[in-house]
Design a binder for this molecule. Structure first.
Ligand code: ATR
Length: 273
């Protein structure tokens, strides 16, 4: 019998996940379908019940349910407990197991480009939910240090505490304090929402060079001001869509226990822009 998958969240109508996963099913001739299902905030419990009724095989979770979904899991993968949020669920006869593929998704394009994370000094802009998965990723890959810059310093301090708990050398600063220090870092990541509305980048990239890695997790628009500035300096740029693709590939592999068709999924994702 065919399998059914979904992405739940609100808003959900612009989600690229149905296209990406459907392209993978077509490529591999899998008898599966993937739907977008809008579940408003406050209606998660009923939403999950209806997904169980239709015997959903698995689903992705997005804004605003990534943290609340933790309550409804029967089993929690380590990736999920570490980050405290869930974005991928497997339904095994009504038993829900949660995973978080954001960390692996974030790391995937860095590894693909054979960038050496160990011995890197990292500058991370932002201290929200996405930043937490990124900190976990840099801890796993044993970065040398991470500086977390955030508008609200308290949130940066909380994230520093998390980083230190998982043995990553970390410190916090405000966005203003970054000033002209971008050149002191090997990898610079934007994990704030700045860029989504075409805003100019929060920091100056003066002094960086063709060895500096500049990664923006904002994927809409594809080309943010932050990445445009990085390209002017001939930096190694990583686009937000690459993280999105990375987390979708990891979710596919969890659900189907087979290698994901990378090129077909990438083509479907880029076709959505
Ligand atoms: P996500 O789950 O995508 O990480 P989030 O948890 O809402 O989303 O985090 C958004 C991040 O963007 C935060 O680091 C936020 O900074 P604050 O912690 O100070 O709110 C950052 N951000 C949003 N708007 C910003 C702005 N105008 N200037 C600077 N940082 C901003």
């Amino acid at each position: 019998m065919g399998k059914t998958f979904a992405v739940i969240g609100d808003p959900i109508n612009h989600s690229l996940s149905p296209n990406i996963h459907s392209a993978a099913f077509r490529e591999l001739n899998l008898d599966c379908s993937y739907i977008a299902y809008r579940i408003p905030k406050g209606e998660l419990e009923e939403g999950i019940e209806s997904l169980k009724k239709i015997k959903i095989d698995g689903f992705n979770v997005t804004i605003p349910h990534k943290i609340e979904m933790m309550k409804y899991l029967d089993k929690i993968d380590e990736s999920c407990s570490l980050i405290g949020a869930v974005n991928t669920v497997v339904n095994n006869d009504g038993i829900l197991k949660g995973y978080n593929t954001d960390m692996e998704g974030f790391l995937e394009p860095i590894k693909k480009k054979k960038i050496n994370i160990a011995n890197s000094n990292v500058l991370l802009l932002g201290a929200g939910g996405a930043a937490r998965a990124i900190v976990a990723g840099f801890a796993k890959e044993k970065a040398k240090s991470i500086t977390i810059a955030n508008r609200t310093i308290e949130k940066a301090n909380d994230l520093v505490e998390f980083a230190q708990k998982i043995s990553l050398n970390a410190n916090s600063i405000t966005i203003e304090q970054v000033k002209d220090t971008a050149k002191n870092y090997n990898i610079i990541v934007n994990a704030t929402s700045i860029g989504l509305q075409n805003e100019s980048s929060l920091i100056s990239l003066d002094g960086i060079n063709d060895k500096t890695v500049v990664y923006d997790i904002v994927y809409m628009p594809l080309n943010t001001d932050f990445l445009k500035k990085a390209k002017e300096k001939n930096a190694i740029v990583i686009f937000g869509y690459e993280m999105l693709l990375g987390q979708a590939i990891r979710a596919f592999e969890i659900w189907h226990s087979m290698e994901a068709p990378y090129n077909a999924m990438k083509k479907a994702l880029l076709g959505g822009f």
